[in-house]
Design a protein around this ligand. Sequence first.
Ligand code: SIN
Length: 297
Amino acid sequence: MDQPDNRRIAVTPTGAALGADVAGIDLAQPLDDAAFRAVEAAWHQHLVLRFRGQRLDDPGLLAFGRRFGELDSAPVHATRDADHDPYPEITVMSNIKVDGKPIGNLGHYEAEWHTDMSYNERCPIGSLLYSLEVPAEGGDTGFCNMYLALETLPAELKRAIVGKSCKHDASRNSAGELRRGFKEATDPRETPGAVHPIIRTHPDTRRNALFLGRRRDAYVMGLPLDESEDLLNRLWAHAAKHEFAWYQKWKVGDLIMWDNRCTMHRRDAFDPNARRLMHRTQIKGDKPFFDPASVAA
Ligand code: SIN
């Protein structure tokens, strides 16, 4: 029997606030337990991992994702023709149209900072995005470190969010498009979506992170609307600082996995005439919580 050889696995941090490259693993092959533990430890330490030069088909992407837990179905999309049969756990991100119909989500637009599917009661612990076609320029994906965002929050802002929860609007995607079956929101207090603590404890690392979801139509529960807007604006201005971020410039065959419990991500727009095709899957999680006994930020 082949012995696992984790000495071949090399983890190289990006040098930015988060992210690391993992080399020495072929994700199309089954991952033995020792290799899995090495990847998971690197993920908890660096929050976002990049595996370059992979050759994955959909079953291979799903098999790697399943090492981390049960997979979640793709979110409700804005477009009607974006379902990816026979793999409901795969979300297609693409601007490509076939016979005039989009094959995926988000088009070529900018996607604003967000956490995947945080408008659900139970939110994915992480997402895996694999690149099949990339534009020559644009379409970079940014990630930000929400542990660091919380740790560096000015004291008065930290005081203002202790014990508070936020509504995460479910009606729009990160490009601002209305999802199928949802109505235009007129008041953030009335939008559909789950309510989660603004300070969130990571169940594995026990560290606390700022948990914001999406800015548009968010609402801090119990506050007058103008106070909620002001508090959210200040939190978002802080979290979106460049010093907390790292940007991925895609190559075909890159797989990026990120931890939705302690990061947010966004995407740059790109030339609508260029082609970009990504397959994503997402790992099911539990209801976000705040543990007052956890590592203080
Ligand atoms: C996403 O928001 O999950 C997709 C990001 C991307 O297309 O780069």
